[in-house]
Each structure stands twice: as C-alpha cells, then as structure tokens.
Design a binder for this molecule. Structure first.
Ligand SMILES: C[S@@+](CC[C@H](N)C(=O)[O-])C[C@H]1O[C@@H](n2cnc3c(N)ncnc32)[C@H](O)[C@@H]1O
Ligand code: SF4
Ligand code: SF4
Ligand code: SF4
Length: 306
C-alpha cells in the first residue's frame, strides 16, 4: 500500500454530493482551485485563482462597513463597502466572518486530505450501491497536483472509484503523478484550431494535444468531452477535426458533447467581472444532434451532456 500524506493541504472551493453527470454512478465532486486557462464561457470563474475568492452580492449588502473595518489588507475601502479590490485581496476571509447579511461568500478553503476524506465518507454506501465514486474537478485539478495525488491515493485506500475532469494542461510530472490513481479520465477537447484555442481559452492547444496523447496512454478509461460553444467550435468542421484527433488517442471510444450553458453568468457579477460571452445564445437541440451524428459516423459512442 502506498504511503499517504493525510496532512497534505490544498485549496478546495466546493464539495458537491449526488452528482450523476461527472463519471459513472452517483458521485461526489471535489472542486479544486486554480486554473491557468481562461475559457470565455467558463461556468466556474471563482475557480480560476488558486487563492480563495470572495463573492459579493450587492443586493444583500446593508452598507454597515464592517468588512472594510476588518480587512487587514485594505482590500475593501470604507467609502465602497463590500467591493473587493481583487488584486489586493488575499482571500483570508476576515470580511466574510463579520458580514451580518451573508452578502460576502468565501469560495475556497485550505483543507487537508484527512478533512476532505471525512466529508467524502458520508456517501460511501452510495458509491458502492450506484457504482459511483469521487470526481476531482475545478478549476484544473492538475494545478494542485501534489494535493490531488495524496487525495486520490487516500480515496483508493477506501476502495472508491475515482474520476477527474481535466483540460490536460499541466506538467508531465503532474500527469504522471495523478493519472495512475484515476479510473475514469474526462478529458476536455475545446478546439483543434490553435488560434481559436488561444483566442477563447487563453492558451494555444499544443501542450494540451501532446498531453492528451500521454493521458490516454496512462488512463484506464478516457472519455473526451467537448464543451460546444457557439462562435467557437460549434460547427460540423470543428467536430470532424475533434473526431479525427480523438481517433489518434489510445483506447478512446466515447465522446460527450456538453452544450453551452450560461449557468455561471451570475458568478461573474459577484466577482465584479463582465460575463465574457455577452448575449450569445444556447445551441438548438437539432444542431447538437448533427454533431452527435458526425461523431457516430467516426465510430464513437456519443452522449449529449455527461
Ligand atoms: C468547470 S470544468 C472543470 C474541469 C476543467 N477545468 C475543464 O475545463 O475541463 C467542467 C466541465 O464543464 C465544462 N464547461 C465549463 N463551462 C461550460 C459552459 N458554459 N457550457 C458548457 N460546458 C462548460 C468544461 O468544458 C468541462 O468539461
Ligand atoms: S478576504 Fe481578507 S483580504 Fe480579501 S477582502 Fe476579505 S478581509 Fe480583505
Ligand atoms: S459587512 Fe456585509 S453588509 Fe456590511 S458593508 Fe460589508 S458586505 Fe455589506
Ligand atoms: S479550463 Fe475549465 S476551469 Fe479553466 S477556465 Fe476553462 S472551463 Fe474554467
């Protein structure tokens, strides 16, 4: 049995129970902070920074000024209570602790492997009965790869099934440390056009392409997921290119289409950011079916959602 560092610490921003979309069976999702990518459609903008983030809901604020008084870093000014200067804020959470109305919410907490495992144990019976387990998500779980590795080893010691949602953007050291502890890899493929990738995701797709090959070789079950975004990759040509790429990945026989949704929109407001996607509308179901047909023509099993 591998040695496990139960005291290893990571920044976790959510633990979501009873998920049915992120791997087989009923699962608990552990969301890790930090992502080097900046997908314009990202539904978890609060995940992107590694440090904890404070969400501010102005509609709940009574302008009592307690947050500004307590902030040890001057990140909230008395004349503008509740509004966080994000480049100064270190995510210590002092302001959240004194806010009387819940207008400030802390996203991200330093936790040990031991503490996370304690939470996950609540659903052990359900993992077994449903064929589920735990899924690491984020953010990009390869950012905090040392913590992720210890957490996964601890999950395996419990006999749980493990999955990861990843972009594949990370060092080989991170990939080789994390992937061997994973049963299901849900690997995103956002665009095969490197210029489009750079424009809408913030980095080109060269490293991701190389790492995807590596991950598929190491992974036991790798499923490709395509967030399908109007104006970015929602064309038949894009889907053919994605299918051709997926054909080169060892053992991949399934692709999930994730149609664009706007669930994250309000969180941008709470982070004082503009929603990067503007008014772009969700896809028509018929268009999504066309993309599914294309993937099936290439011989892939295809699921919408997932
Ligand atoms: C929040 S991400 C976390 C994992 C990792 N950061 C990634 O992007 O693969 C989980 C999944 O949600 C997808 N996703 C994020 N925002 C989306 C949106 N607005 N519409 C559809 N899928 C989205 C991602 O592409 C990814 O497959
Ligand atoms: S989290 Fe800490 S640093 Fe950030 S605004 Fe609140 S008190 Fe200030
Ligand atoms: S402590 Fe809460 S209610 Fe008071 S000013 Fe700050 S955000 Fe508003
Ligand atoms: S890679 Fe995932 S977490 Fe990172 S910005 Fe894109 S959707 Fe968000």
């Amino acid at each position: 049995m591998a040695s496990i560092n139960y005291k290893a610490k990571g920044v976790v921003f959510d633990i979501q129970r009873f998920s049915v979309n992120d791997g087989p069976g009923i699962r608990t999702i552990v969301f890790l902070k930090g992502c080097p990518l900046r997908c314009q459609w990202c539904s978890n903008p609060e995940s992107q920074r590694v440090a904890p983030d404070v969400l501010f809901d102005a509609s709940e604020c009574i302008r009592c000024g307690k947050c500004a008084n307590v902030c040890p870093h001057g990140a909230i000014k008395p004349e503008n209570p509740g509004h966080v200067h994000r480049d100064i804020c270190v995510g210590c959470g002092e302001c959240v602790g004194v806010c009387p109305t819940g207008a400030l919410i802390l996203k991200g907490e330093v936790s040990t492997v031991e503490e996370v495992i304690r939470q996950l144990k609540k659903d052990t019976v359900m993992y077994r009965k449903s064929g589920g387990g735990i899924t690491l998500s984020g953010g990009e779980p390869l950012v905090q790869w040392e913590f992720a590795t210890e957490l996964l080893k601890a999950c395996k010691a419990q006999g749980w099934n493990t999955a990861i949602e990843t972009t594949g953007y990370g060092s080989s050291e991170a990939i080789e440390s994390v992937i061997p502890w994973i049963d299901y890899v849900l690997l995103d493929c956002k665009s095969r056009d490197t210029n489009v990738h750079k424009k809408y995701v913030g980095v080109d797709n060269e490293l991701i392409g190389k790492n995807s090959v590596h991950i598929a070789e190491l992974g036991k079950n790798t499923i490709i997921r395509v967030p399908t975004i109007p104006g970015v990759n929602a064309t038949e040509e894009d889907f053919r290119k994605i299918a051709e790429f997926a054909k080169t990945l060892s053992g991949v026989d399934t692709i999930h289409i994730l149609p664009y949704h706007r669930y994250g929109e309000n969180k941008y407001k709470l982070l004082d950011r503009d929603y990067p996607m503007g008014q772009i509308k969700e896809l028509h179901a018929e268009d999504v079916e066309i993309f599914k047909d294309i993937l099936e023509q290439y011989g892939f099993k295809c699921l919408i959602g997932g």
